[in-house]
Design a protein around this ligand. Sequence first.
Ligand code: SF4
Ligand code: SF4
Length: 354
Amino acid sequence: MTGGLDWVKPGMCIGVKLNLCSARKPEHAATTHPVMAAELTKLLVERGAEVILGDSPGEPFTPAMLKLVYNTTGVRLCEEAGGKLNDNFSHHTVTFPKGKSVKQFEYCSWLSECDAIISFCKLKSHGLMGMTAAVKNLYGVIPGTMKSEYHFMHRDPADFADLLIDLNEYVKPVLCLCDAVEIMEGNGPTQGTPRHLGLLIAGKSSYEMDRLCAAILNIPEDEIPYITAARRRGFLSAAGTADYALEAAKYGIDDFVRSGATAGWFSPADGDKFVKKLLKKGLYVLMRSKPEPDDSCTACGHCVRGCPAKAIDIVKGKARIDRRKCVRCFCCQEFCPSGAMKVKRSLVARLASK
Ligand code: SF4
Ligand code: SF4
């Protein structure tokens, strides 16, 4: 792995974009493990680099919120290793004419201070995209609760997938690392179940890394909308699924518990004709998953405040969703502090996946 840092020169400022999606302890497997982040910091500092580590969770991007996240996730260890945790909470508008889904977006300014970015993600199940690893990690370059607004503006999963690809093309991390030692399955990306996998994955391309991750978890590539989008846009290498299958045969698992995400089933693929695209859209409406609170809902109101469509109310001590307003962004599922909000497949989807 250290051979992968030969490009680091003394005096460089390296930004390490961790996954600190929420104030969760390391044992919950929702965030990049602090010990690995600290080890990376040491290696970079030894090479004479200045290291800034950070992320913007889905909560307000403020000093108070980030203090809670830094303390809870254990990433203060990186300070002991010579790194600095980001303390710049400003953001600015960047333009990206090459973007397909966004040509202009809000961007966390600390990343602009860095000469190079390393993306250090966590491998987890995801309610909307099916899986999160390197590509989705860069959604955190959009500041705080603005992420919900972007979800609302890009509610079609294929459009949202293109947004993720645009962010990856803009940031262009020099190196991608994936903490897959303790992964998260089930109700991810914040409230799922930790599972030991024992892998640390490194690569130069976030797209290729996620293809490998999908193979390791035995998830078909075409069921992850952003991999389909990357293929459609010509960002995947010629290395076929077969190459990753060889790695998966050595390190993979075949009983990974997935979230109920179905968006990937209907992502428009390269070469789809108009009628097929239309059919996929129709089937998506019929078979798309929905968020649904279970009996463990505490009526805390967190999802009410975070829903970009204003689709949730608390009724009789429980969250209730107005289905006509809901855009299926799954922000409520991602940030429900008690894990009560689940991804539920439609009856048709359940029958189809039997
Ligand atoms: S965030 Fe979770 S626990 Fe709180 S009201 Fe919503 S569903 Fe219930
Ligand atoms: S109810 Fe949940 S999934 Fe629906 S729009 Fe609101 S946050 Fe998104």
